[in-house]
Design a protein around this ligand. Structure first.
Ligand code: AMP
Length: 613
């Protein structure tokens, strides 16, 4: 499967064709100096001048057919992935581009005036050259859609932020997500178990706190201007400075824009260049301004690393990526100084010798006894875009002829240990199977018990067999209100820190210390089913229930895979009522939102901190 990836910057276009499965480059091109009288096209390593000035659309119209002409007939383009910097509030996942999507992107262009218009011009140009293949927009902001409210809010009055759509979005999400996954693979860990600080240090630069797979803090804000010192952008600055420049030094909006976006950062501090290599060279020759530029740059990154370690209560790894992060041992050395407090110690020799490249994309540069690893990882945004685009294309192919998933409504029920059975029904008592359930080996028992809450009780709640190694009561949210308890939404078996309840049977009462949950909606499936749907155990997916009176899409549906399962989605009575479902209802898997991050650790943390907000 070959995917063309297009990345349009303000004055350049990069495009490459990758084999989705191997990641191998099939063809590459770059057009520089877009809008200048002469643009420079580099096609598979060969450069030539294009007479201009050419717009993004013109340049693609000229160069793209040539890139495609060079392909062998057995390399058809299956789809096109476009990098789009800003997805605004609307786009938090990759999206298939239609005329409506183009119009929506146009509307949010004002949020990223330096980037989105170029991205959009690239989309239009490429769609006119390749009208018959799917085009997918992949957003730099999307990974940060999970920023909690406390991290995405500016301390401004609501009426202003709401009206003007002012909030923090974060950028470089494609890169942060990519290197975070690479780090997890390298550390042979599940991303869901790691707290990572990813440092994308290129001409544009940002940090991200990736907690158990989700972005929960990032240094860029509503625009890519906030945060670190960048090539030509100032990063964090006291807003009072801007007021001062306006009031006393004659700066208007355009002049401030130019100052903050093009004349500041490394370029401003060094007074020479935005290129870190040149700055390092000049500093080595004694240039004080360049030395200062390096110090301010490194200090700002270190400051953010410390902050993000505090935000996550520690970090398992700090990842350095992009031009400076991947290649500059000196900057990694400067930044990693004094990170001992969080268990991160740089291995000076390894750091000096580390070389990351296409063949060797990850290097560990920390000492063996570092609690927090330091990693240099080569980012590969075009691969990430190709993967996201091909995933979406495959999902929509699958949806077209997708098998539907039977949906079952679980009434309130309980699972019990044999020991509990005997306390409720008498010594040596064995449950009597009444009828088989859809999951092989599972049955509803003849026996029911009274479930007694602080406020009310249910007289006969059915026990499901066979007995398990823990007691668990599964009820709906409405049942909770009725009983007078507050049980969390949990996957089956995950009963730590859940409330208890009293059970009453003919032989006596049992007071459970914990075990009451509101079951997380889930789909049981076999490994073959999982292959078919392209999901894995513990993925979180969305399922559409259509064809009834009330079509509904359920998000946060947990995938459970085992050879002993039968394909079926389980929801509780409240959810069944919401969708007005009857017997024989079916759902269609609409999208996979990634690996489940609903581990107890994270859920508890979020509940506590969100409640504190
Ligand atoms: P990017 O935007 O990711 O292409 O990164 C560009 C930045 O990385 C520029 O400031 C380059 O000077 C810097 N860079 C690339 N290679 C090196 C290197 N070997 N040492 C220091 N900085 C580098």
């Amino acid at each position: 499967m070959h995917i063309l990836v297009i990345n349009c910057g303000s004055s350049s276009i990069k495009a490459d064709i990758r084999d989705h499965f191997s990641g191998r480059y099939v063809a590459e091109m770059e057009i520089e100096r877009i809008g200048q009288p002469d643009s420079l096209l580099t096609l598979n390593g060969e450069s030539e001048t294009l007479e201009g000035p050419l717009s993004h659309g013109d340049a693609l119209g000229v160069a793209l057919p040539r890139l495609l002409d060079g392909l062998s007939p057995d390399t058809p383009i299956r789809g096109v992935g476009h990098r789009v910097v800003h997805g605004g509030e609307k786009f938090s996942h990759p999206v298939r581009i239609t005329d409506e999507v183009e119009a929506a992107l146009d509307e949010i262009s004002s949020l990223a005036p330096l980037h989105n218009p170029a991205n959009l011009a690239g989309i239009r140009g490429a769609r006119s050259v390749l009208p018959d293949v799917p085009h997918v927009a992949v957003f730099d902001t999307a990974f940060h859609a999970t920023l909690p409210r406390r991290a995405r809010s500016y301390a401004l009055p609501h009426d202003i932020t709401d009206k003007a759509g002012i909030r923090r979005y974060g950028f470089h999400g494609i890169s942060h997500a990519y290197v975070a996954q690479k780090a997890a693979d390298f550390l042979d860990s599940d991303l869901r178990d790691l707290r990572l600080i990813t440092c994308h240090l290129g001409n544009g630069a940002s940090l991200c706190a990736v907690e158990y797979g989700r972005s929960i803090e990032t240094s860029m804000g509503m625009t890519p201007l906030e945060g670190l010192v960048m090539g030509t952008r100032a990063g964090d600055i006291d807003a009072g400075v801007l007021l001062h420049l306006q009031r006393h030094h004659g700066y208007d909006t355009e002049a401030l824009d130019d100052l903050l976006n093009r004349k500041s950062g490394l370029a401003g501090l060094s007074g020479r260049t935005n290129d870190m290599r040149d700055i390092l060279e000049q500093a080595a020759e004694g240039d004080e301004d360049c030395r200062m530029a390096i110090q301010v740059f490194a200090h700002r990154v270190r400051k953010y690393i410390g902050a993000y370690a505090a935000v996550m209560g520690g970090a398992d790894a700090v990842v350095f990526t992009a031009g400076i992060g991947e290649n500059s041992a000196i900057l990694r050395h400067r930044i990693a100084q004094r990170l001992d407090f969080m268990g991160a110690r740089l291995h000076e020799d390894r750091n000096r010798e580390a070389r990351v490249n296409r063949d060797n994309p990850v290097e560990r540069v920390s000492t063996a006894n570092s609690r927090c690893h330091l990693l240099a990882i080569q980012t590969d945004e075009s691969r990430a875009i190709a993967e996201a685009a091909s995933k979406l294309i495959m999902e929509s192919d699958r949806l077209q002829d997708s098998r539907s998933i039977p949906v079952a409504i679980s009434a309130r029920h309980l699972h019990v240990q044999q020991e509990t059975v005997e306390k409720l029904f008498g010594e040596g008592y064995q449950l009597t199977p009444r009828n088989d359930l859809s999951q092989p080996g599972q049955w509803a028992a003849e026996e029911t018990v009274k479930v007694i809450g602080p406020r009310n009780s249910f007289p006969s709640v059915r026990i499901l067999g066979p007995p398990r190694n823990l007691d668990q009561v599964e009820i709906s949210r409405t049942d909770e209100f009725f009983l007078g308890i507050d049980a969390p939404v949990r996957a089956s078996g995950d009963i730590e820190n859940t409330p208890g309840i009293i059970l009453e049977g003919p032989a006596g009462r049992v007071e459970l210390k914990n075990g009451v949950i509101c079951a997380l909606r889930h789909i049981h499936m076999t490994p073959d089913d999982a292959d078919y749907f392209g999901v894995q155990d513990r993925d979180i997916v969305e399922v559409a229930i259509t064809g009834g009176e009330r079509d509904l899409v359920f998000g946060d549906v947990l995938i459970r895979v085992s050879p002993s399962f039968a394909l079926e989605m389980h929801i509780d009575t409240d959810e069944g009522n919401a969708a007005n479902l009857g017997r024989g209802a079916e759902g269609t898997l609409v999208c996979t939102a990634g690996r489940a991050t609903l581990t107890r650790r994270r859920t508890t943390y979020d509940t506590v901190t969100e409640a504190a907000e």
